[in-house]
Each structure stands twice: as C-alpha cells, then as structure tokens.
Design a binder for this molecule. Structure first.
Ligand SMILES: CC(C)(COP(=O)(O)OP(=O)(O)OC[C@H]1O[C@@H](n2cnc3c(N)ncnc32)[C@H](O)[C@@H]1OP(=O)(O)O)[C@@H](O)C(=O)NCCC(=O)NCCS
Length: 198
C-alpha cells in the first residue's frame, strides 16, 4: 500500500477515534456526542410541556427526535453546525439532558450555547456543573473567545442559570423571533474568555 493510502487510513482512523472519544467529565456527569440510541430519552424530556415552554424546537414523536439527532454534526467545531452533547448521570448511566453548541462564527472565535435538563433533574446544580465544564472546554481546548446564550426573557430559570455562571446581559430584542405565528422577545447573554476565571 502506498504512503498516500496509509495516510488516508490513518486519517480515517483518527477521525473515528475523535468522533467516539470526545468526552467531558465532571464529578457527577459525563458528556459525549448524542447518538441515535438516545432518541427516546431525548424525546421524553424535550416533549414535556413544562420543560419545553420556552423552546422553539419541540419533538412531537420519537422520529422527530431521531431526525434532530441525525442533523447533529459528526465533528465538533465545524463552522455553521450544531454539536449536541448528551448529559449522562454517572451514578446510573441515565441520560438527563443535553448541551448544544452552535458554531456560527466563520472566524471560529464565537459560539452559542444552550442547555436542557429533564424536569426531575432541575434544582440540583447539574446544569451549572455541565456548563462550567463545557465553557472551560470551549475556552481552553477550542480556543473560543466569546460564548453567547439566547433566552426568552420569561425563562427565569435559564436567566438565573447563566447569570450564576457569570454571563452578562448584552441585549434585549423586542419581538425578534417568530414561532408558529407568535412573536417573542429574545435576550442575549455573553461571556468573554477574559471574564472567565475558573
Ligand atoms: C435551564 C435549566 C437547565 C436550569 O436548570 P437548573 O437545575 O435550575 O440549573 P442549575 O444547575 O444552575 O441549578 C441551580 C439550582 O440548583 C440548586 N443547587 C443545588 N445544588 C447545587 C449545586 N451543587 N450547585 C449549584 N446549584 C445547586 C441551586 O440552589 C438552584 O436552585 P434554585 O433555582 O431554586 O435557586 C432548566 O431550567 C431547564 O432545562 N429548562 C428548560 C430548558 C430551557 O429552557 N433551556 C434554555 C436554553 S439556554
């Protein structure tokens, strides 16, 4: 086999390893790319009316969840994609939520982040734990400079969550999002690497 062919296979192997290996661990949680086996669990918490009341995307069936997962980028840090991590409770392997990262910046310095947890896991500091680790990863490993969050101003639990982490409110856009014929306000929070001290 020629050198070029060997390099091709080495590269493929490396890509496969990276794809399967990316894992972010905290004391109570493990985060790894969401995959098709997670569709039912994702559907269960994301179809709950209380959990999804401020979200634009709501799965109506497990197939919707499967379709959502099939659109998640295979590789992290690709321009114009979303990468979605599943959040797993280490103590029992339960999938309890997800963290989505939107690589929207063509210059590759800024990302948008979002987090959803199943209702019975709220109020335990788990989103805080997951996002602190994810933010460290984004600033330290992926060399990001600015992280943003887009939140419905009525979503007080999310606002509390991002402010606790250290995000600053940067903007309040009036009636800037159209969902099913209704206009919604949007507040934008941001965190710079220079403001991050953990
Ligand atoms: C946004 C969301 C993830 C926040 O979950 P959360 O559990 O409130 O967030 P945190 O991890 O920051 O937990 C903080 C709460 O846990 C409590 N807590 C318990 N142990 C804790 C610990 N070790 N560390 C920190 N907080 C702890 C805090 O006191 C706080 O409770 P309070 O809200 O009564 O003051 C959750 O409300 C959710 O999934 N909402 C639906 C999805 C959504 O709208 N997402 C918005 C997109 S960004």
């Amino acid at each position: 086999m020629g050198v070029k062919m060997n390099l091709y296979f080495d590269n493929l192997k490396e890509q496969r390893l990276m794809k399967n290996k990316l894992e972010i661990n905290t004391e109570r949680l493990q985060m790894r790319r969401i995959n098709s086996g997670d569709a039912e669990a994702l559907y269960n918490y994301r179809s709950d009316a209380e959990t999804n009341q401020y979200q634009g995307w709501i799965p109506k069936t497990i197939d919707d969840a499967q379709n959502f997962i099939s659109k998640v980028s295979e590789k992290i840090d690709e321009y114009d994609t979303w990468y979605q991590f599943a959040i797993i409770r280490k103590e029992n392997g339960e999938l309890i939520g997800d963290v989505g990262i939107h690589f929207f910046d063509a210059d590759n310095y800024q990302v948008e982040i979002g987090c959803t947890l199943a209702k019975n896991h709220h109020g335990k500091g788990l989103a805080n734990e997951a996002l602190n680790a994810m933010i460290n990863y984004l600033f330290s490993d992926l060399n990001k400079r600015r992280i943003t969050c887009s939140i419905d101003p009525l979503n007080l639990a999310s606002i509390k969550m991002v402010e606790r982490i250290g995000f600053r409110k940067e903007a309040h856009f009036k009636q800037s999002i159209l969902i099913d014929g209704e206009w919604y306000d949007d507040v934008v929070y941001a965190l710079l690497r220079s403001e991050w001290s953990k």
